[in-house]
Design a binder for this molecule. Structure first.
Ligand code: NAD
Ligand code: GLY
Length: 361
């Protein structure tokens, strides 16, 4: 088992990565402080893994809330069903919420934990590759609004992140690729050596080679933990770099309707668009844009935005973004593979040209 620490002083916590961590149960037990636990999962994940988690909860008062599955349910109504389940069963401040599922379950459970009784403990058990390499780490929690993705939420850190790589066995190939999008992101924004490793090992990742998967998960979590420790609340600009491709991607997700493209697919395409804009700014060589576009294609991810979203609509959707400051949209662009910047200093005409383009790099 690997252990990575997210270093946040008294709120520091471990990320455990290994096989069989769910059936072992001792780690989960160790991090539940109080006398009760509520597992929050969904109708796809619960039948697969709830029974593996439950033995660790014996001796505690415990129950489970099963949410509907899908990004389209990451909303205030579903959040309310978590509150209703907790209040109805009189779960008090000694309760730990256990998020068992992908990023949708993790983000919503984290936000429920941040707000229920003004804050209870929670634990992340991410079961998708995307959640294991990104969403379960760092304490961004929240829900979508019809007008914008992840627009309601809180920074709220878990007690631990428990990554059992065995859970990936039941994940389909499309979801695996969506997770690889966020893995590629770390290479692009701050880890050129990892990007090269991904170029050399993409086929192994797609074939689910266990060693390659564990390496990619560990390296991604190390990168994320370092960024979160340096800029937990996204104040210095460092954490915002984790949003490479996300402003474009969130516009795709909101524009098509939540759940149509997977989050990782939208981010992958958004990273290509950010790279194309970086090239138009003369910051990135065409050869690098082609290189990253090629890697994303090899990961079976899209590189061209949907034709149904016009350039104008794209622009409108992108104007609702958490990185808008004083009315000015800031974007994450690339200066090189392994070096990202947040900037409002892009040429608006170049951005419009990218939003109108529907051809690959
Ligand atoms: P998801 O949670 O919808 O999971 C994808 C699908 O896989 C779902 O149908 C789910 O039920 C199913 N599933 C989960 N685990 C499974 C398993 N082991 N076997 C079989 N099926 C399984 O999507 P996701 O890609 O995990 O997460 C996307 C969400 O994460 C988005 O809402 C995004 O905004 C959010 N996100 C948050 C952060 C953050 O920092 N908080 C970072 C990145 C993404
Ligand atoms: N996924 C972006 C962040 O955690 O900041």
């Amino acid at each position: 088992m690997d252990i990575i620490t997210v270093g946040l002083d008294e709120r520091s916590y471990p990320i455990y990565i290994g096989q069989g961590l769910l059936t072992d149960g001792s780690l989960l037990k160790k991090h539940i402080g109080g006398t009760s636990a509520m597992v929050v999962s969904n109708e796809v994940v619960a039948p697969l893994y709830l029974s593996a988690v439950e033995p660790a909860l014996h001796g505690l008062r415990h129950d489970a809330i099963i949410l509907p599955d899908g990004e389209q349910f990451k909303n205030i109504e579903t959040l309310n069903t978590i509150y209703t389940g907790l209040l109805g069963a009189r779960f008090d401040r000694g309760t730990t919420l256990v998020a068992l599922g992908g990023g949708v379950v993790g983000d919503m459970t984290g936000y429920a934990a941040a707000s229920y009784l003004r804050g209870v403990n929670f634990i992340q058990i991410p079961t998708t590759l995307l959640a294991q390499v990104d969403s379960s780490v760092g304490g961004k929690t929240g829900i979508n609004h019809p007008l914008g993705k992840n627009m309601i939420g809180a920074f709220y850190q878990p007690e631990c992140v428990l990554i059992d790589t065995d859970t990936l066995d039941t994940l389909d190939d499309r979801q695996l690729s969506a997770g690889i999008a966020e893995i590629i992101k770390y290479g692009l924004i701050r880890d050129a050596e990892f990007f090269e490793w991904l170029e050399a090992n993409m086929d192994k990742l797609l074939a689910r080679d266990p060693q390659a998967l564990v390496f990619a998960i560990r390296r991604s979590c190390e990168n994320k933990a370092a960024v979160v420790a340096a800029d937990e609340y996204e104040r210095s600009g460092q954490r915002a770099l984790l949003n490479l491709g996300h402003t474009f991607g969130h516009a795709i997700e909101t524009g098509l309707g939540y759940g149509e493209w997977l989050h990782g697919e939208a981010v992958a395409c958004g990273m290509v668009m950010a790279a194309q804009l970086s090239e138009r700014m003369d910051w990135l060589q065409h050869a690098d844009v082609a290189r990253l576009s090629e890697l994303i294609k090899r990961a079976r991810l899209p590189v061209v935005p949907p034709a149904s979203i016009s350039g104008e609509r794209f622009h409108e959707l992108m104007s609702i973004d958490k990185k808008v400051m004083d009315g000015q949209l800031r974007l994450i662009l690339l200066k090189a593979i392994g070096k990202a910047v947040m900037t409002a200093e892009y040429d608006p005409a170049a951005l419009h040209a990218i939003l109108d383009t529907r051809t690959a790099a």
